[in-house]
Design a protein around this ligand. Structure first.
Ligand code: GLC
Length: 582
């Protein structure tokens, strides 16, 4: 048994950000001065509309399906929904290629459905956060059709063009292109256009004030409808060096440094804030948070009047096909917490539509560990400082889908074109497929598992991605009926968080940083204090924690018992507990 002490100054020894002074816990009076905001208190539930609930039998989810399931969403205890794009789109990248920002994708329904959905959400006190995809549009957007039609078209400068007479443009890496090049030659005007993502997602030219005005008008249109927030997709890429210099060889490995967060980004966000965000009580979060903590800070420092919260990828980048170290996980999340302890705000998440299922990546999706480890991960997300984002299906402990075996089983453009590219470059295709089976975005997109009937109650038609065969056991109906299910555990967590300011605003302190299996921390605000202890391994283990005896109230436990003495906790595989000072 490892003897590990709770040392109050331990965080000082661990991180490069260790300059963080250990602040005294705020008193109740000081607490009054905490900058409280609804979006800091929100528990966000992310719905991937394609995969949530189909009502018209076309195998694709729709807005009516979301409306039908709002009582379920409310019952989860979440307070806001982030909806992936629902605008008109040819669906090259499942809605992240928008052809009309003021219309609803026909697969999903109509504007009337949208209005009903929004009012039904508000009737249940659920806020709605829209995805705004404006680093690029679809090539089928009228702006791009105009832009590509002639060199002197008024929309030409809405996008980035490189005339062919200047020779081949300097190589740019494309995230989704089968050939890997972000410049696509367009015969009509004998020029290349830029697309950081797929060929059907041309990048908008943010240096053009008209483009920016179009975006603010679009956001105003939705804000006027009453939406409560915006998630700015891929926004760090909006500001580019449009002199298009040659980049050094191998730059793609660290391309964010060259591609994103260039001069102009802060100006754009300030302008957006002035024109739209400041006029409504909306939350704002931009995907990606730059290269450094400082850059992330600058985005969300309230005094700078840009956006509300950072959404950084360091946490989701941790798991690898051959595992990861808990120490990296602890360091990453502690580092982000300490950098935002005094100012600014972050998002906490372990999955989204661009990741495979969290229980398969961070924990253990095989029996008997799936349920306790999914509960353990949800306990983490819902007890950290920062706004928690819970991805649909994770409240059930949904897993990666074993039906996604061969490349033909995948739908995601990133997977399909990534495969073609790897093949053309003679890469190790077995390794490629291993990575895909572990981490493909499609794993996170297989349909919601509602019940044990055919296609899990998701559709009466042919689902656009195969249901995970485990839906017979893992589904909302079964989990609602089982008081020990991952789902019911999730509901206990949201109920606790909503009524405990310390879990929202309280200080975070990492304990036993060196412990290889256990992540333990406290959250404290005034006299309210919680101790969270998470066993990230499938081994039984025990930890010795000084001061443990004062945490006498067991609030949450994913097992039916807890072995606890005055100083020691013995933890079962993936056991997760929340104790409170009473
Ligand atoms: C963001 C989205 C992702 C999309 C990409 C291009 O990263 O989260 O799903 O493919 O932007 O829009």
């Amino acid at each position: 048994m490892k003897k590990i002490l709770l040392l109050s100054l331990i965080s000082l020894t661990l991180y490069s950000c260790a300059e963080k002074k250990k602040e005294p816990i705020p008193t109740r009076e000081e607490e009054q001065s905490i900058d409280k905001k609804w979006w800091k208190e929100a528990i966000v539930y992310q719905i991937y509309p394609r995969s949530f609930q189909d009502t018209d039998g076309d195998g694709v989810g729709d807005l009516q399906g979301i409306i039908n399931r709002l009582d379920y969403v409310k019952d989860l205890g979440v307070t806001a929904v982030w909806l992936n794009p629902i605008y008109s789109s040819p669906n090259d990248d499942n809605g992240y290629d928008v052809s009309d920002y003021r219309n609803i994708m026909s697969d999903f329904g109509t504007m009337q459905d949208f209005d009903t959905m929004l009012s039904e959400m508000h009737a249940r006190d659920i806020k709605l956060v829209m995805d705004i995809v404006v680093n690029h549009s679809s090539d089928e957007h009228p702006w791009f059709k105009e832009s590509r039609s002639s060199r002197d078209n008024p929309y030409r400068d809405y996008y980035h063009w490189w005339p062919a007479e200047k020779g081949a443009p300097p190589y740019r890496y494309s995230l989704f292109d089968a050939e890997g090049n972000a410049w696509k030659y367009d015969e009509k005007t004998d020029a290349y256009y830029l697309h950081y993502f797929s060929q059907k997602q041309p990048d908008l030219n943010w240096e053009n004030p008209k483009v920016r005005q179009e975006v603010y008008d679009i956001m105003t249109f939705w804000a006027e409808k009453g939406v409560d927030g915006f998630r700015l997709d891929a926004f760090q890429f909006a500001a580019k060096d449009t002199t298009f210099p040659e980049f050094p060889e191998g730059f793609e490995k660290n391309f964010i440094q060259y591609y994103a967060m260039q001069d102009g980004l802060h100006e754009y966000l300030k302008e957006m804030n002035e024109q739209v965000l400041s006029k409504y009580d909306v939350m704002s979060v931009a995907e990606g948070a730059g290269r450094t903590l400082e850059e992330a800070h600058e985005l969300v420092d309230a005094d700078r009047k840009e956006i509300n919260m950072a959404y950084a990828f360091d946490g989701v980048d941790i798991p690898k096909v051959d595992g990861y170290k808990l120490s990296t996980f602890k360091e990453t999340f502690s580092k982000w917490d300490s950098a935002f302890a005094d100012k600014g705000w972050i998002s906490i998440f372990l999955s989204n539509h661009d990741q495979a299922r969290m229980v398969s990546r961070y924990a253990n999706d095989s029996l008997p560990y799936r349920a306790p480890s999914a509960k353990m991960l949800n306990t983490f997300i819902l007890t950290m400082r920062g706004t928690p984002y819970c991805y649909f299906g994770d409240e059930l402990g949904m897993t990666n889908n074993p039906k996604l075996q061969n490349i033909e089983d995948y739908q995601d453009i990133a997977a399909i074109n990534g495969y073609k590219k790897a093949k053309s470059q003679d890469e190790d295709m077995e390794a490629f497929m291993r990575n895909l089976r572990f981490g493909s975005r499609d794993h996170g997109r297989t349909p919601m598992q509602w019940d044990a009937s055919e296609n899990a109650g998701f559709t009466t038609g042919n689902p656009w991605l195969p249901l995970n065969p485990n839906y017979a056991e893992i589904n909302t109906q079964a989990e609602e009926a089982d008081e020990n299910s991952v789902l019911n555990h999730f509901k206990k967590l949201t109920a606790l968080r909503k009524n405990a300011d310390a879990l929202i605003y309280g200080d975070y302190e990492l304990l036993i940083p060196e412990h290889p299996q256990v992540y333990a921390y406290t959250r404290s605000l005034g006299d309210e204090q919680f101790l969270i202890v998470l066993n990230f391994s499938q081994e039984q283990t025990s930890v010795e924690l000084e001061g443990l005896s004062s945490f006498s109230e067991l609030k949450i436990n994913n097992y039916s018992n807890l072995k606890k003495t005055a100083k020691t906790l013995s933890l079962a595989p993936y056991q997760a507990v929340i104790l409170a000072k009473s």
